[in-house]
Design a protein around this ligand. Structure first.
Ligand code: HEC
Ligand code: HEC
Length: 432
């Protein structure tokens, strides 16, 4: 074997097995197990190897790859089909009863009647977003965990909260939250305003005392002026802090990705692989059943098999809010825009994109009850919208190529000047 070939094999092994988290339960290896099963080994092998607890995958044999000639012909058909307006694109594969919307350009975000947009409020919200004085410790800003340099997330499996306590879930990006009907992975906040208050007060997160925060901010003349221009008078209240933060968050949206250029009527933007990937996403890979509409989410809750029910990493998701058995292990469908910038993925941050695609291809894990769980009314049920797909390697590469087109171009977002604390960039003299 020559050196080049060895390198390629070595690199491709890592592409499909990126480790996500050093834990005793090693759940991040699941995709590797699926990868094996998908390559034709019997499902039992996947079940044995799967570190996902008492779960198994039931992959089906991958369909044959297209020859170069077949692919060229198929691409030609797709080019013609997708050059048309999206209302004339091939019908997507969605199950009966599923409400879906076509993917495409995001509309302008809507601001609620009780918190209308103004540039002054948005700017105040940006300053507050970067200000650590919003936290009880004076150390944590919203931007600590929603960092613009990291796709407005934090690049971690799960975040560190107050006093560096590890939190249970992966920090989502705040980009495009304007389009989510509920906030948090389990939808426990009904608006961005409500969400901001919850995170400020949460003792594990920012642990703020509202009286302290408003006093500290109100002591700064520059803040008082900013509150006046945003709200009409100088009063600094938690309600106004939340409104300004929410107003700012609604201004962080996607719209400059290659996908957006494609959707804006430039089909030539996509390579063949990306175009085939879009078609797979809408049809054979069945993704549009849940990731639909311009933000690539139906805003609903689904169990995709990652509840870790009865295990150390158990997360009951939406059930914690509704107490409905059907919601055990259900999480709100995340947007798929810019996910390449916000890895690792999923509510627990345990997965990388190739692993996620392998798991979907195998129908996602199915939990198997232990003997004493057979009559457990809360035993989680996976969404019936998920099923083994039988996609081959060519398909998976195309699907990934398409998802990558949603990456937003990187933009330098400078931290704003924080009143009374510091100017946005320390001068070399200060750094000495
Ligand atoms: C210590 C890290 C940390 C800090 C600080 C933090 N967040 Fe978060 N944020 C998270 C995590 C983790 C979640 C997901 C929690 C969950 O879903 O249960 C989250 C969720 C969110 C969401 C919901 C996103 C969605 O898709 O539903 C918004 C919006 C948000 N945070 C905004 C803020 C704002 C505004 C602040 C400052 C007031 C803030 N965050 C401070 C870690 C943090
Ligand atoms: C049954 C609804 C459903 C279907 C069908 C579905 N998804 Fe998901 N998807 C979800 C939910 C819910 C989550 C979050 C689950 C969690 O964290 O436990 C998710 C998470 C993801 C994530 C991680 C995003 C992030 O920010 O962490 C990716 C990537 C993804 N899905 C891609 C796909 C692709 C590609 C397809 C088609 C092959 C697909 N999904 C089909 C509901 C679905």
């Amino acid at each position: 074997m020559n050196v080049v070939l060895v390198c390629v094999l070595w690199a491709s092994a890592f592409l499909f097995q990126e480790p996500a988290r050093p834990t005793t339960e090693q759940p991040a290896e699941a995709p590797a197990a699926v990868q094996k099963a998908e390559n034709g080994e019997p499902p039992a092998a996947a079940a044995v190897q799967s570190p996902l607890p008492r779960s198994s995958f039931d992959p089906i044999k991958p369909r044959p790859e297209r020859t170069a000639e077949e692919r060229a012909k198929f691409v030609e058909e797709l080019r013609a089909a997708y050059a048309k307006p999206s209302s004339e694109w091939p019908a997507p594969t969605v199950d009966p009863g599923v409400e879906w919307k076509e993917v495409g350009l995001l509309p302008k975000p809507e601001h609620p009647a009780d918190n209308p947009h103004s540039k002054e409020k948005e700017n105040l919200g940006k300053t507050l977003f970067f200000d650590p004085r919003l936290s009880g410790s004076g150390q944590l800003a919203c931007a600590s965990c929603h960092d613009p340099d990291l796709g407005w997330a934090d690049g971690r499996v799960s975040s560190f909260g107050h006093a560096r306590v590890p939190l249970a879930r992966n920090a989502p990006s705040i980009r495009n939250t304007a389009y989510q009907p509920t906030l948090f992975w389990d939808g426990r906040a009904a608006s961005l305003e409500e969400q901001a208050v919850q995170v400020l007060m949460n003792p594990s997160e920012m642990r703020a005392d509202p009286a302290d925060v408003t006093t500290v901010l109100g002591e700064q003349p520059e803040y008082r002026t900013q509150f006046k221009s945003a709200f009409g008078d100088e009063a600094v209240t938690i309600d106004r802090v939340a409104k300004a933060l929410a107003c700012f968050e609604r201004s962080i949206t996607s719209g400059r990705s290659r996908f957006d250029r494609f959707a804006a009527g430039k089909p030539e933007t996509f390579t063949d692989s990306e175009l085939v990937g879009l078609d797979l996403f809408r049809r054979d890979a069945r993704c549009l059943n849940c990731h639909s509409g311009p933000a690539f989410t139906d805003g609903k809750f689904h169990n995709v098999g990652l509840s870790y029910y009865g295990r150390k990493l158990e997360d009951l998701g939406r059930y914690q809010q509704t107490k409905a058995a059907a919601d055990v292990g259900a999480f709100r469908t995340p947007s798929l825009r810019d996910i390449t910038a916000t890895r690792p993925l999923m509510h627990n941050g345990l997965f990388e994109l190739p692993g996620v695609l392998n798991m979907y291809n195998a129908g996602m894990p199915t939990l198997r009850p232990k003997a004493d769980q057979l009559d457990d009314p809360l035993f989680p049920k996976k969404s019936p919208l998920l099923r083994p797909l039988g996609l081959n390697r060519q398909d998976l590469g195309d699907l990934q190529a398409f998802l990558e087109t949603m990456e937003e171009p990187r933009q330098r977002v400078w931290s704003p000047d924080l009143p009374g604390l510091h100017k946005s960039r320390l001068s070399p003299a200060v750094l000495k």
